[in-house]
Design a protein. Structure first.
Length: 502
């Protein structure tokens, strides 16, 4: 069980100070403030569960008097007691997490929540969990399309399942991975999407274990890329993959490693990480030819390493909604004339400001792979987003770096900009960052770095050791993402034109 406590503390001295002031007033009509009785509200009052699932209930409680304790009972047994020795008042919350074991089949489990303050005890709030057999809510059937055989998956995966490499797997519509359910995908497996409305959606508490290898990456793609299909694959042929987490540093939504996601992004991000926790592994991932944004982090604490986003039709990588993660060894290559390579942007609804740290990133724009810079930006933060950008190479854009953030926190250090602007011979620094970028203390450069094969190459002229940024970062001392003598993109990924990187 896990409790989440957010106290709004009001000390008793405030009340006595108010009382003293009021007593010195000549108004004889003064009456001491009246306190409301304590109360508990639940996120829901009942639910249906099967063996192995987790009962999750949020209890919010409040009192105007001083808290004494909060008690949770299962039946008549006290399973949690939260005491308040610091004499606090206001609002608080508690998260119940209870694993349903096989001995509870056919029972109704009741959980009772009460809060007691110095004026008394609240009425009980009760949640009832009915435990019963649950049938599979998904199907796997053999289908043949244009002479090619697939294992077609439809519905909500609510039992552990494995996609093997001996078969071609076809997702039909929105396929979800439910709470406490694990979908495992073997190395070398091909997973195809039937149409533009198809996506793989991993719910909070679910887990995706898609761990390919250098020699046998896992590939998600449109059915139009499968053998013997009549149509050519194109961006936006399907939606993509979404992982959802619990927005905690310890949360784990699984592993994506040596995975390619191709031709997705129909009206959304091809890989979307929603409040994904910090123990999730995202490593050696390529998103190629996305119709919208390649990768987006919506909040959470997930870290990303060895990332490639090639040929996106909008943003390369975007972070928002208070993302607190780290990133290292990223390649972003875009040829769209109104795109942004890397974009941090929060909204008024964001739970907090994004405050991410990234190092060893190479961002390539349409001056290099397209028809000129257009109205493009290599790296931009705006609204409430923050960002630290270390050991970056940004080239091929109209603006290399731009800060449109309300809080002004855009840190750029040990980086290189060149080949930007309308003539391709400019640093591309927007006026919002130019002075800070050129501050000698930030050790940035405007010298040309030689790049081969579009993005292959680094500089050792002005780097910092990335390991000094935190435990997540590898100890390398160069500017840029891919060192020629350690090309981590070979053997499993695609070039910008879609050919294999061999």
């Amino acid at each position: 069980m896990k409790k989440t406590i957010h106290l709004q503390r009001t000390y008793l001295i405030v009340f006595f100070a108010f009382l003293a002031i009021a007593c010195n007033d000549d108004d004889d009509s003064f009456e001491p403030p009246a306190f409301d009785v304590p109360a508990v509200e639940l996120s829901s009052d009942s639910g249906e569960f099967r063996i192995g699932q987790t009962v999750r209930v949020t209890a919010e409680y409040q009192a105007s008097a001083l808290f004494k304790d909060f008690v949770v009972r299962r039946g008549t047994e006290i399973i949690e007691r939260v005491e308040y020795p610091e004499r606090t008042q206001g609002l608080d919350a508690y998260q119940l997490e209870f694993l349903v074991t096989d001995d509870l089949l056919g029972t109704a489990q009741t959980f009772t929540f009460t809060i007691t303050d110095t004026l008394g005890e609240s009425e009980s709030a009760v949640f009832t969990a009915n435990v019963s057999e649950v049938a599979p809510s998904f199907t796997i059937e053999d289908v043949e399309i244009n002479g090619t055989e697939f294992k077609q998956v439809t519905g909500d995966i609510n039992f552990d399942e494995t996609f093997d490499a001996e078969n071609l797997w076809l997702l039909n519509g929105e396929v979800t991975v439910q709470d406490i359910t694990t979908l495992t995908i073997e190395p070398g497996t091909g997973v195809y999407a039937l149409d533009e409305d198809t996506e793989l959606n991993v719910q909070i508490g679910g887990m995706l274990l898609a761990e390919g290898t250098l020699e046998a990456p896992i590939v998600f793609n449109t059915i139009n890329a499968a053998p013997d299909q009549p149509e050519d694959p194109d961006n936006g042929d399907w939606i993509g993959i979404t992982l959802r987490g619990d927005d905690s540093p310890e949360g784990n939504s699984g592993t994506l490693k040596y995975v390619r996601i191709e031709n997705g992004g129909n009206g959304d991000e091809a890989l979307q990480l929603r409040q994904v926790g910090g123990n999730t592994t995202i490593d050696y991932i390529q998103v190629h030819n996305a119709d919208d944004t390649g990768i987006r982090m919506r909040g959470g604490y997930v870290n990303l390493k060895h990332i490639m986003v090639t040929k996106p039709d909008d943003r390369g990588v975007r972070y928002s909604d208070g993302w607190q993660g780290n990133g290292q060894f990223w390649v972003i290559v875009t040829d769209v004339d109104d795109s942004i390579g890397l974009n941090g942007r929060d909204t008024d609804e964001s739970p907090r400001n994004s405050d991410a740290i990234m190092s060893n990133v190479t961002v390539i724009g349409p001056n290099i792979v397209g028809d000129g810079p257009g109205d493009t930006e290599g790296v931009q933060v705006r609204d409430g987003a923050k960002g630290e950008f270390h050991n970056f190479i940004v080239t091929g854009f109209d603006d290399s770096f731009r800060n449109r953030s309300d809080n002004g926190d855009m840190v750029i250090k040990n980086s290189a900009v060149f080949g930007n602007g309308a003539d391709g011979n400019d640093d591309g620094l927007h006026s919002s960052v130019r002075d800070d970028y050129r501050d000698a203390a930030n050790n940035n450069s405007e010298e040309v770095v030689v790049l081969n094969e579009t993005f292959l190459g680094v500089s050792t002229e002005n780097p910092s050791d990335a390991s000094g940024l935190g435990e997540f970062f590898d100890a390398v001392s160069y500017v840029g993402a891919v060192a020629p003598d350690e090309d981590w993109t070979l053997g499993w990924s695609l070039n910008f034109d879609g050919s294999p990187r061999e």
